[in-house]
Design a protein around this ligand. Structure first.
Ligand SMILES: Cc1cc2nc3c(=O)[nH]c(=O)nc-3n(C[C@H](O)[C@H](O)[C@H](O)COP(=O)(O)OP(=O)(O)OC[C@H]3O[C@@H](n4cnc5c(N)ncnc54)[C@H](O)[C@@H]3O)c2cc1C
Length: 298
């Protein structure tokens, strides 16, 4: 069978794209290997009508919506390759199956690269977070640590101060805060500790303290970290898509990439990393697929 469109990735972007396409009477197939970057968090915020929802409950509700539409097929499966053929794409899965589709929406998201600090994985998503817009409210007015192990952390520290004034910045021995920035933070009573971190200590996902290699200890039970992001899947490179210059796939305002028939939506296209934005971008990419289809076939 030749599907009208394959959607790769079942996060908010891919799920919403699938809904719009399914309701648009297109035969589509959604692939999802179910490893979204927010899987480690217990609550997701800022999506009106869904504030505080567990990411798994969000997905369950989304699949219930999609199940209403016989036009939507779902493969809970990893896509390992996308091979362009003459006028369609061959999608290969990790189980060795091959599916054909005329168009592709890439909604594969990003992966967080955390600083290499012992124990950090244990607390990320439960007492240490990356995004103050997502989790700042829950940490408001608490004594916080900001682990600024990557460059350009200053603006994030400033943003975190919107939720709590009691912040200690730890650079883990890196040049992530310049002397000028350090002086500005000092004026705001935000100390910067430049000692190298030995490990983060706590239990059950609850941070208790930051232990330094020089024997010092900072007791903090919550905070934020700087992190890097990378594409979760390699398809942008494989399909020769243009980059937006910041690690994302370049798209037009309606989700079209530089390659005909390939669209992108959500975090992987450099959108503001929020679920509601990803869902909206999924909707836009799906509407582009529909309007391009009608333009070619009317
Ligand atoms: C700890 C944490 C907390 C967050 N909290 C919030 C919050 O409170 N509010 C908020 O709005 N945002 C939050 N975010 C950000 C939010 O999760 C993302 O912006 C959003 O999920 C992006 O949606 P997406 O659909 O682009 O990608 P994702 O949600 O990452 O979904 C991508 C999907 O594609 C699948 N996939 C990838 N590669 C393949 C492949 N090769 N084959 C098949 N499937 C594949 C993945 O398994 C995944 O299901 C948080 C992020 C993190 C890390």
């Amino acid at each position: 069978m030749l599907y009208d469109c394959a959607v790769i990735g079942g996060g908010p972007a891919g799920l919403n794209a699938s809904l719009v396409l399914g309701r648009g009477r297109k035969e589509i197939i959604l692939f999802d290997d179910d490893t979204p970057r927010n899987a480690i968090t217990q609550e997701s915020h800022n999506f009106i009508t869904r504030d505080g929802i567990h990411p798994a409950a969000f997905k369950k509700a989304a699949y219930e919506d999609l199940n209403k539409y016989p036009t939507v097929s779902v493969e809970r499966n990893q896509v390992v390759d996308i091979v362009p053929a003459a006028s369609y794409f061959q999608i290969q899965t990790g189980r060795g199956q091959v599916f054909d589709a005329q168009r592709i929406i890439l909604a594969t998201g990003l992966k967080d690269i955390l600083p290499e600090i012992e124990g950090i994985q244990q607390f990320y998503g439960t007492s240490l977070f990356g995004c103050p817009y997502c989790d700042g409210w829950e940490l408001k007015d608490l004594p916080l640590v900001y682990i600024a192990a990557y460059p350009h952390a200053f603006n994030s520290v400033k943003m975190v101060s919107n939720w709590s004034k009691d912040i200690v910045v730890c650079t883990n021995g890196k040049d992530s805060i310049s002397p000028e920035e350090k002086a500005i933070l000092a004026q705001k009573n935000i100390p910067v500790l430049e000692d190298e971190i030995l490990r983060l200590q706590g239990e059950g996902g609850q941070l208790k303290s930051i232990q330094f290699k020089n024997g010092k200890e900072l007791r903090r039970e919550a905070g934020f970290i700087s992190y890097k992001l990378q594409q979760a899947a390699p398809f942008a490179g494989r399909l020769g898509l243009e980059s937006n210059g910041a690690g994302g796939i370049r798209i037009d305002p309606y989700g079209r990439t530089s390659r005909k028939g390939v669209y992108a939506a959500g975090d992987n296209a450099g959108g503001l990393p929020q679920q509601i934005v990803a869902a909206a971008e999924g909707s836009k990419a799906a509407i582009s697929v529909l309007s391009d289809y009608v333009a070619e076939n009317f």
